[in-house]
Write a protein that binds this ligand. Structure first.
Ligand code: MGD
Ligand code: MGD
Ligand code: MO
Length: 667
């Protein structure tokens, strides 16, 4: 991102035209980054709560006063019989930069002895599933998709959430490739694909097994690749044998012919690529679905070609030195770990010790965490000392005892890897911090000094931290020193181009092979093979619940929002004036719902209001509420997370946002 500055003020931003994976294009929301930076709604100064928790009424105080108070409260909790574990950091990826996202903050809470946070809210199930089979979060180079002949876009609305991949997929389409969307929702992306397989949420593993079944029966397996580079083929084939297309069709709610045709295409068109994304893994069987899908490219030898294989995340291609950044060696005692996805339960139930203080940064849990009423109730606890460091007065900020002003990316220094491409980016500050805003690192530096943490690492500057971020000596970052990145802006990792990481095996698994069968998972007491794990909440798996709440509910990302970020900007809200619910004409008619009607979406966990849009974008039996809205900007003050569930995924303890039954009625 290039920023033009005049008299200290950023006046224009644009994509860098020569940055290979993004080629000068900013996505819809980031193109509004100046609106965000110069918004009149920014948190400008440190503030102290004067109203009731949740009211969002504050009075200005100074930085010294704010930090003195936080340090005093933390010290008194740490010295009490409850100890420092009663303090909890809460952060996710408000910024994904390594410096502002996971460095000084971790050092501070480690040294304090605070409870550890398990950061599960997004991708853990998919990561667990993918690494079981492939070994690390690595896959195709996004730039290669333009050379693919068949692309399965699996659980991804790429036009919304992964524009730079979509550009390549469109180029492939122009060159004659076939595009297939596998998604319960006819998203903008699915609409532009040649085929759309609209399966029921949470049934992807069944479809993957169905594809294997047909590939094996039709002799479309690459025997040579399987023999040389994989492990557990016979056992996997035995599982696949249990999934003839008719059974798959019943489980997924699709036609058996769809399974057969898709498998034939996948077994015969080369190069065949899968853009797998996180939409498939927010369900009970999310990790197993990703495991099953991750087996497919090896079965047909698709990895042989740089434009074949699959991509879930590229993040594991970067040699990030998290030990150096986060300093887990500083951890005092053996603190417990709290799962961020069940924060509502943790705030309500833990008592040995209870969570007495929470420090939120880079996240907006009151809007984004599942089972929203529990989360809000937890944050409303009068005895909870709550610090929120934010750019805006989010739903979470309203519960702060102390609210601190944060810088935006234009005002801070950082180093960014990626989970979609293979470049490293320097984030140089373009302008000085506005108002009294400070970056995350500086706040933790100042707090560390107040707490008397005198280890030299608490004095590292942001440049020092950026210098430590990548593992020195790793050949993938040879020559990519921080000083070089700062002046060049970015550089591609030192990996071969074209990139075909598994063309000759070399899987970063314990066996070095693609592990259809995983001894590592077996040793953990898990199924060594992928399997279909049914949703917690679906008509087939939970008919009793479905009798009351018959509709499957999903709430995927909106193009104009980034989770709940950007969701308060007037330009975003001009395009998304109301929370929307897509519902199929058949499901709408029996409920007397017409397009434009105000509806209530509800289950036992809660409910929220949306405006119905009746169309076949939603398949029958599934309703879709693009998200994540700020609760206080939504009619009725609730958003989609009023109904979503914190029940854990099969591996990784992720939340199951898209494993959720609801009923819909006219409001
Ligand atoms: N504009 C925008 N971009 C974003 C984000 C955003 O909020 N807005 N969020 C960012 C973040 S944090 C993430 S994690 C990424 C990834 O975000 P993803 O979770 O990959 O999001 P989407 O691309 O919307 O893909 C989700 C798709 O999966 C579908 N889906 C839901 N359930 C299932 C299922 O069970 N099976 C299958 N096959 N499909 C299902 C949904 O209908 C949706 O079309 O996007 C990032 N990019
Ligand atoms: N219903 C439903 N819920 C979902 C999802 C879904 O698909 N459906 N998606 C889930 C996913 S994939 C994810 S990743 C999570 C995301 O959850 P979060 O990581 O909480 O993401 P955001 O809502 O973007 O909130 C990030 C906050 O950090 C702030 N911020 C940005 N930069 C900085 C900074 O430098 N310093 C500080 N202190 N603050 C900063 C922003 O202003 C913003 O309010 O939401 C999840 N919630
Ligand atoms: Mo995410």
């Amino acid at each position: 991102m290039l920023v033009a500055v005049e008299d200290g003020r950023a006046v224009e931003i644009r994509g860098a035209p020569d940055h290979p994976p993004t080629s000068g294009v900013l996505c819809t929301k980031v193109a509004r980054y100046l609106d965000r930076t110069y918004s009149p709604e920014r948190v400008r100064y440190p503030m102290r709560r004067i109203g009731r928790k949740g009211d969002g009424r504050f009075a200005r105080i100074g930085w010294d006063e704010a930090l003195d108070e936080i340090a005093a409260r933390f010290r008194s909790i740490a010295d009490s019989p409850d100890g420092p574990q009663a303090i909890l950091p809460y952060s996710y990826f408000g910024t994904m930069g390594l410096v502002q996202g996971s460095s000084m903050d971790r050092r501070f809470f480690h040294r304090l002895g605070a409870s550890l946070l398990e950061r599960t809210i997004c991708s853990v199930a998919g990561k667990a599933g993918w690494t079981a089979v492939v070994g690390a979060s690595m896959g195709m180079d996004v730039e290669e998709f333009e050379n693919s002949r068949l692309i399965l876009i699996w659980g991804s609305n790429s036009i919304t959430s992964n524009l730079h991949f979509w550009t390549r997929a469109q180029e492939a389409k122009r060159r004659g490739a076939k595009l297939v969307a596998i998604d319960p929702y006819r998203s903008a992306t699915a609409e532009k694909c040649h085929r759309h397989v609209a399966l029921l949420p949470g049934t992807d593993a069944a479809l993957a097994f169905g594809l294997m079944h047909v590939l094996i029966a039709g002799n479309l397996v690459d025997r040579d690749y399987v023999e040389r580079y994989t492990q557990g083929y016979d056992a996997l084939a035995a599982r696949a044998a249990q999934w003839p297309p008719e059974r798959v069709a019943r489980t997924c709610g699709i036609a058996a012919e769809d399974v057969v045709e898709l498998a034939r295409d996948y077994g015969t068109i080369r190069p065949a690529a899968i853009r797998l994304n996180y939409g498939v893994q927010r369900v009970h069987g999310g990790a197993n679905a990703v495991r099953a899908i991750a087996c497919l490219p090896a079965l047909v030898g698709a990895w042989r070609d740089p434009a074949g294989g699959a991509l879930l995340s590229s993040s594991g291609t970067y040699p990030v030195d998290s030990q150096a950044l986060e300093r887990p060696d500083l951890i005092r005692g053996s603190p417990r770990t709290i799962n961020m996805s069940t924060i509502g339960d943790a705030l309500a139930e833990l008592d040995d010790p209870p969570v007495r203080a929470i420090y939120v940064y880079n996240s907006n849990p009151v809007a984004v965490a599942p089972h929203g009423s529990r989360v809000a109730a937890g944050f409303a606890r009068e005895d909870l000392f709550c610090v929120v460091h934010e750019i805006f007065r989010t739903d979470t900020a309203d519960y702060a005892d102390i609210l601190l002003p944060a810088t935006t990316q234009l005002e801070q220094t950082d180093l960014h890897t990626s989970y979609g491409h293979l470049c490293v980016q320097a984030n140089n500050a373009a302008i000085a911090p506005l108002f009294e805003a400070l970056p995350n690192t500086e706040v933790f530096r100042r707090l560390a000094a107040r707490m008397g943490f005198d280890e030299p690492c608490f004095r590292d500057s942001d440049d020092d931290l950026a210098r430590q971020a990548l593992r020195n000596g790793d050949p993938r970052v040879a020559g990519l020193a921080w000083e070089m990145l700062k002046s060049a802006g970015w550089a591609r990792l030192q990996v071969p181009k074209p990139w075909a990481p598994f063309a000759h095996g070399n899987f970063p698994t314990p066996s070095g092979r693609c592990e259809f069968h995983s001894m590592r998972l077996a040793a953990m007491g898990e199924d060594p093979l992928p399997d279909f794990v049914a949703p917690y909440e679906s008509v087939a798996s939970n008919p009793e619940l479905a009798a009351r709440y018959p509709l499957a509910f999903i709430s995927p990302p909106l193009r104009n929002f980034l989770n709940s970020s950007f969701a308060n900007l007037p330009a975003s809200l001009a395009e998304e004036p109301m929370p929307r619910l897509d519902i199929h004409p058949g499901d709408a008619a029996v409920r007397g719902i017409e397009s434009g009607a105000s509806v209530r979406v509800f289950n036992d966990r809660g409910g929220f209001l949306a405006r119905a849009r009746v169309s076949e974008r939603a398949r029958r039996g599934v309703v879709v509420a693009p998200s994540v809205w700020w609760k206080k900007l939504a009619p009725g003050g609730e958003n989609a997370n009023a109904v979503t569930s914190p029940a854990p995924t099969d591996l990784g303890h992720g939340p199951t946002f898209y494993d959720c039954l609801v009923e819909v009625a006219l409001a």
